[in-house]
Design a binder for this molecule. Structure first.
Ligand SMILES: [Zn+2]
Length: 206
């Protein structure tokens, strides 16, 4: 069982009547971009981001967004919205022809970016969390934000190794969870070996 710290976000509401949790969406975020370990993500998801602290924050501080979970580089797990409620993570999106993925999905943010590998501890915590969510909800699919909002979102990005996640789930004896993962990925892939997205990596200032 994962022990998550709960930092309640006001950016959530009830799921529509009859909406099951059918989908888990994997994201990546870092604030400021490509900086790890700070308080920016918690501040964004609780509407406390200071627009004066970083130029990027001035552009996004007004957003009202959240995710259910955030997994830090250390493997620390933070819960912002109970998975039974609707968090605001997916935006304009569609999965298997169903729009508004927030209605029927759980969103998990990994602390990361499009240009660096993720940490082994993050995969471990993610695999355990997926296991729990699949026990608790009728999850049918596990996919990336870029897969439900193509052309608009790139996360979790080319350095997220679906193969590594698949291998962990297989090692943990969770073939049932593994079967719900939709993106391709070789089971023996190392971090960074997978470049599912052929887009050029943007070099961001700061
Ligand atoms: Zn995302």
């Amino acid at each position: 069982m994962n022990s998550a710290t709960f930092h309640p976000s006001p950016n959530c509401d009830a799921r529509p009547e009859g909406a099951d949790v059918a989908l888990v969406v994997i994201h990546a975020i870092s604030l400021p971009p490509e900086r790890f370990g700070g308080a920016g993500v918690e501040q964004l998801f609780t509407n406390r981001l200071d627009p004066l602290e970083h130029p990027y924050y001035a552009d996004i501080h007004h957003l009202r967004v959240s995710a259910h979970y955030f997994i830090r580089r250390t493997g620390e797990l933070i819960c912002f919205v109970a998975p039974s409620n609707r968090a605001w993570h997916a935006g304009v999106s569609a999965w298997r022809g169903r729009e508004r993925c927030n209605d029927f999905s759980v969103g998990i943010e990994l602390e990361g970016c499009d240009s660096l590998p993720f940490e082994p501890a993050q995969y471990e915590v993610l695999a355990d969390l997926l296991d729990e969510l699949c026990e608790r909800f009728p999850v049918q699919g596990i996919t990336g934000h870029s897969d439900i909002a193509p052309g608009r979102k790139t996360d979790p990005g080319p350095y997220f190794s679906w193969g590594r996640l698949r291998r962990l789930l297989a090692e943990n004896g969770r073939a049932d969870v593994l079967a719900r993962i939709e993106p391709e990925g070789a089971p023996n892939a190392d971090d960074g070996a997978l470049m599912r997205w052929p887009f050029p990596l943007a070099v961001r200032p700061g």
